[in-house]
Design a binder for this molecule. Sequence first.
Ligand code: F6P
Length: 534
Amino acid sequence: MTRCDHTTAWVALQGHFQAHGRDLDLREAFARDAGRCAAFAFDAPEVYADLSKNLIDIATLRLLVELAQDCGVPARRDAMFAGQAINTTEGRAVLHTALRAPPGAGPHSAEVHQVLNAMLAFAEQVRADSGVSGFTDIVHIGIGGSDLGPQMVTGALDSVAHPAKRLHFVSNVDAHDITRVLRRLDARRTLFIVASKTFTTQETMTNAALARAWFVAQTGRDDAALVARHFAATTTNVAAAAQFGITTTFGFWDWVGGRYSLWSAIGLPVAIAIGAAGFRDFLAGAHAMDRHFAEAPPARNLPLVLGLLDVWYRNFHGFASRSVAPYHQGLARLPAYLQQLEMESNGKRVDQAGDTLPYATSPVVWGEAGTNGQHAYYQMLHQGSDVIPVEFIAVKTPAHAHADSHHKLLANCLAQSQALMLGKTTAEALGEAAPTAAAGLDPAVLARHRTFPGNRPSTTLVLDTLSPRSLGALVALYEHRVFTSGAVWGINSFDQWGVELGKALCGQLLPRFASRDTSGLDASTAGLLARLTA
Ligand code: F6P
């Protein structure tokens, strides 16, 4: 496949950027074209997207779509859906989409639905057991893809979650994390779910062992049958779970990447929270987005267009980060979830053949739920020296009855994207009163401080409600968007070799904390080790 920067479309985009892209002024673009908002409005399943406040025109979109064609994105997408081993460095298919296909519709359908049915039956059993020995607290132990998805989704869907089942998430190897959770629990009413694709991850294995030791100490019984009743596992490594003493295990497969595993048995805490029907709706929302990605025409294909927009900003404008601003408290963990999805997938510097790429890949993705971010870092978004595209997420109808709060939330959301785009000229600032300004300050100086450059791009995604179905669609939208930019960049979005070196060095350093041996280490690490072990 032709490398993206060698395609005709890339060269055309460079010319377009010089001629029209770099200096596109959003305020002028809206003034010139009454149809701009409609032209850049997208309707995908469950998600409406307003892309009109982005630094694009119709020609940009046309050329970006040509870029996707030139880079073979549609063919690669079809290969993914068909189960080809597109994760070439690990020789694996990439089939998280099969996990949300209806029975009989996707690859591996029989085994997918067999595990799904068993997992959902177990979730329903946990939900239904309200007796004195029923579980009130569920502690989910996992990290990365075995933590962020379930944690984000259960937070988002709290309003429809079982009111008597409290979910706790433990991920960090820092034992403060598990200690904080365990000290409030009654072992007799607690279910632990050990979630790990490999069942070898240091953090998860350490925390699982701590949990079991705590459980035995609390119950005063080191009884295999009792441990087996209170521990379940979600993993591809059933043998290792059995070795640990877990007999209730829900499996998945090597063709499900860790950061794409939310839809597999890893979603068990989600199923316990929202029930089998809710989980099936969640899968159905994602499947609807899969169909959109597979079938919608490229210029109207929302994940494709968003992925291409990411390329436009990263490689032509040179923007190094993107901020995610969910105006819904339930989505507070979405930025963290997207960090893994996007940066572990596309934070690569070589192509499929291992050749070093001459262009930038994954941006830094970061953010915070609105309106909290406004009182922290939005200053920089509005007046800082870097341009950072912002992605607002608004939900039309809340799950509470406080209309006043919700209108304030939404007004803030719209106001921020408006302020980023419109800015404020120095002349406008000069004409305004500034009651908190220092007495005697030159008005011209003050006006320069109060000038907003504007023309800062943003996207606004709108959901009607935050439901299992709409959240499923939203997450699948992000997955396919990351797929698209990764496919344009020609990288393998499905491996993660970059996490290995630190793990290996940690393995070598760990015994030195007991031996205090600093021999052979670089001077900085030796000094720090000596300081920490003195
Ligand atoms: O951080 C590396 C990683 O392999 C992630 O890709 C994965 O989600 C996480 O560790 C957890 O791995 P596991 O599910 O095997 O415990």
